[in-house]
Design a binder for this molecule. Sequence first.
Ligand code: F6P
Length: 376
Amino acid sequence: MKPIEKVGIITGGGDCSGLNAVISGVTKTALSKYGIEVIGYRRGYFGLYHNDFIELDADSISGIAHEGGTLIKASNKDNLFNYRIKRENGSYDYEDVSDVAIENMKAEGVDALIVVGGDGTLTSARDFYRKGVPVVGVPKTIDNDLPATDITFGFNTALENIVDALDKIHTTAYSHDRVIVVEVMGRHTGWLALEGGFAGSADAILIPEIPYDLEKVAEKIRRRDAQGKHFSVIVVSEGAKPKDGDVHVREVVDDSPDSVRLGGVGRTITDQLSKIVPEHEVRYTNLGYLQRGGIASQFDRLVGQRFGVAALDLLMQGGAGKMVRYRGRDITHVDLEEVVGTGETGETSEGGEKHVDPEGQIVRAAKSIGISFGDE
Ligand code: F6P
């Protein structure tokens, strides 16, 4: 096989803090340890298809490691194996355009890819590897829902953002004797709501893994009233669902590998709670994209850079077809085949989503200090 002299980086899926740390880790290692070139494809796989990239060198990556977002932009659309193409009559067709991407790489002399993303992005990385492209994956998502890694970077900064917001929400909830419902992200898993809500002193936390009954939440609010605490903060995961109902789908994005977008359950809960506890004003705040932005936390900067270094080392040592991951306090790796493709090929040995255990330590500890999950 041709030695690797030039590497392309792709950041796919929703952005988060720590992506720039990965870009920095890869580029600095490439320049100082291996003396090879790096380019960054812009807007995820879109850039690979349209051959839209920037050179990554000491100047372009200077000072980015702590910054939120991604220097090379991201997209959570553009599955090149099922790419949406608009026809002249305005209709859409789906085509496999992955060969165009591979030709683009050849034309630019790009020998290998480092692909940073969640399940959808990494599934395409696996598919490029199957077509002979040397690829190493890096796991990213604020949702922390990938089972093959203990932690994805971006999660920690999102938690800091949630806790910061809850500190602020508490003061206004207290001042007005209000119940404030705070919706957070997380897709079909409750990690952000659970860990953010627990650390941020929420009174109730509603997560997808524990279907809720609002009467139970109202009981918690009334118990607090009886203790003279006339305000409550309820953290709701966007994927939370009632005992007898389903999730709130905000939008279906056809040309995205993860097409379902959740959101809005907090508004419904607010309206319902207003009727159940009419003695309170109930207000709603959706933290939305605030969770994904901002200066990366120490943890995400460190893990992001370590992931970047490890991903390039792996590639240079012939470890293509793998994903770096965080296990214990070490960076190890696992075959991409083992960890992705849940949408298309069903469960893999370490695939699926990593869910909160409703009987697990964190939930039990939260219940011990009186946090309601709307179930008992
Ligand atoms: O997966 C990351 C995430 O931020 C989810 O928590 C959220 O459901 C989704 O992306 C939002 O996607 P979009 O950026 O398309 O609104």
